[in-house]
Design a protein around this ligand. Structure first.
Ligand SMILES: O=C(O)c1ccccc1NCC(=O)[C@H](O)[C@H](O)COP(=O)(O)O
Length: 216
C-alpha cells in the first residue's frame, strides 16, 4: 500500500458540534464556517466561534464571507477569531491586503471556467496567502460557492500556480483521487460532497472523503 500523502483538506460549511468533531477526528487540516446569510450552511459569528472552540490548535479555523465591507471584516475577525479569512465574493486584491492587516491568513476564492480566470487568480497570489480555485456559480444565483459542481480540471493541466492554492468545487469521496491525479492540487476543499442534503454534513462521508484523499 502507498504511504499516505501530504495533501491537506478543508471541510467547509460545518454547523454542528458532531460534524466538527468528525472532521477533526478524521484529520481535517481546516474547518470552514460559512458566514454568508444566503447559504444553507450559514452560521452566526457567535455560533462559528463556539463551534470552533474545541478544535482550536487541532485544525485551522476558516471564516468564510463574501463581499463584506472593511468594517464587517474587522468585526468578523474580532468575533470569530479565525486563523483564516476566506473571501468568496468579488473582493479586490486591495481588500485581500486590508484583510491581511487584520492579523489573519487570507484566502481568495476565484471561480474558474476559462484560462482567463486562471490569469485572474494569478493576480491575487501577491495579495493573499492562498488562492482557492472553485467552480463558477450556476447562472441566476448570487450564492458564490457550495454548489457541488466541478469545473473543467483539464484547464489546470499546464497551469503553474504562483503560490499556495486549494482545489474546490464538486469534490466527493468518489472523485477526489482522480481530481488529485489530474490537477496535482496540494490541498482540497469540500462541502456538498460530504452532505446528505444541502447544509447537512454526514460524519461517514467526511471520513470517507478523508480516506480517499489520504490513499490517493
Ligand atoms: O458553501 C456555501 O454555501 C457558500 C456560500 C456562499 C459562498 C461560498 C460558499 N462556500 C464556499 C466553499 O468554500 C465551498 O466549500 C466551495 O464552494 C466548494 O463547494 P462544493 O462544490 O459544494 O464542495
Amino acid at each position: 500500500m502507498a504511504p499516505p500523502n501530504d495533501v491537506r483538506v478543508k471541510i467547509c460549511g460545518l454547523s454542528t458540534p458532531e460534524t466538527v468533531s468528525a472532521a477533526v477526528d478524521a484529520g481535517a487540516d481546516w474547518l470552514g464556517f460559512v458566514l454568508v446569510p444566503s447559504s444553507p450552511r450559514t452560521v452566526s459569528p457567535e455560533q462559528a466561534r463556539l463551534l470552533a472552540e474545541p478544535a482550536r490548535g487541532r485544525a485551522g479555523i476558516v471564516a468564510l464571507t463574501a463581499d463584506a465591507s472593511p468594517d464587517e471584516l474587522a468585526a468578523l475577525v474580532e468575533r470569530v477569531r479565525p486563523d483564516v479569512l476566506q473571501l468568496h465574493g468579488r473582493e479586490s486584491p486591495g481588500t485581500c491586503l486590508f484583510a491581511q492587516g487584520l492579523g489573519v491568513e487570507v484566502w481568495k476564492a476565484v471561480g474558474v471556467a476559462s484560462p482567463q480566470d486562471l490569469r485572474r487568480a494569478a493576480a491575487y497570489s501577491a495579495a493573499c496567502d492562498a488562492v482557492l480555485l472553485d467552480a463558477r456559480p450556476p447562472k441566476g444565483t448570487d450564492r458564490t460557492g457550495g454548489h457541488g459542481q466541478a469545473f473543467d480540471w483539464s484547464l489546470l493541466e499546464d497551469w503553474r500556480a504562483g503560490g499556495p492554492w486549494l482545489l474546490a468545487g464538486g469534490l466527493r469521496p468518489e472523485n477526489v483521487a482522480e481530481a488529485l491525479r489530474r490537477t496535482r492540487a496540494p490541498a482540497v476543499d469540500v462541502s456538498s460532497g460530504v452532505e446528505t442534503s444541502p447544509g447537512v454534513k454526514d460524519p461517514r462521508l467526511i471520513s470517507a472523503f478523508m480516506s480517499a484523499v489520504k490513499s490517493a
